[in-house]
Design a protein around this ligand. Sequence first.
Ligand SMILES: C[S@@+](CC[C@H](N)C(=O)[O-])C[C@H]1O[C@@H](n2cnc3c(N)ncnc32)[C@H](O)[C@@H]1O
Length: 317
Amino acid sequence: MEVYVYGTGCGAGELIDTVLPAERVAAFVDGSPQSDRFLGRPVISPEELAARHYDLILVTTRAAAAVAARCDALGIDPDRLFFLKNHAELCDRNRCWNKAEAVLGADFVASLRGSQRLIRRPLWSEGETLDEADLEGDYVRLKTLEVLCRELQNVPGAIAELGVYRGSFARCLNTLLPDRTLFLFDTFSGFDEKESAGCGAGFVDAHRNTAAELVLARLPHPERARIRQGLFPAAAEGLEDERFALVSLDVDLEESTYQGLQWFLPRLNAGGCLLLHDYNSPRLPGVRTALRRYETEHGRLHAVPLCDVNGTLVIVV
Ligand SMILES: C[S@@+](CC[C@H](N)C(=O)[O-])C[C@H]1O[C@@H](n2cnc3c(N)ncnc32)[C@H](O)[C@@H]1O
């Protein structure tokens, strides 16, 4: 069976690390590739895919609607697309469950069936600020951000994200708080080698697939962004007097998460908050360990966990 994987981001990396050996992938497909190889396999464009023979296309990006539209425009058979990441409406889109089962295994596919449910939108928040493609990635996470940003209107300070990757969440921050300075901290070339030594090759390689220019090009108000490229906390040098209203901390691993908590929490203004991504993620236990380490040293934080895809913790001061 000719199997293609759509996406060269962390969804694709995770798939290769867990259920699909890279050798089984004919090629990865990417609409704006960072490189022509990923995990030792070729990377091709959607146009090239349309011209090839394919049996199954596993879509690992969160923007399912955009991928479906692009494939439709290229005449790619929708019955051979299998979406892995869209939690809002995946059951409606996927039609080739048997083929997916043959390639990914019955247990993995059954776990997907169980976790994909339609999330109904609240009646009180008609008229989205974020667009459809943003929201479908993780509706609860992004809708919470939207309502939180309204509450932060009277809290002074800049906003920041530590762990930007390709800028999906940074784009939402920049959309929702267009008047605020947005500090973006990342190496833009992946994790610290030592810190990520025990992680899967797919996870590590996928996070190298980005660039600061790519992130800036996705922002609606790039003039507000201040790119801080390099390893944190060294990359924050010179910003010691800065104050923040909202911080997104999303670096996956323990030591960097701990450093982020140490640096940002004392710089949050009253009424502000820090969103700790992956706090309840069983795949990234270092995040919770870092939080506990911080609390052991500084005392219990005021925090509320969200029921979003990866278990964000909202820390308030
Ligand atoms: C999960 S990704 C961030 C995803 C992003 N917040 C989003 O929602 O689209 C984690 C990012 O953290 C970055 N990172 C991890 N540790 C870091 C550190 N110590 N300094 C700078 N960047 C770091 C990695 O390079 C990677 O891009």
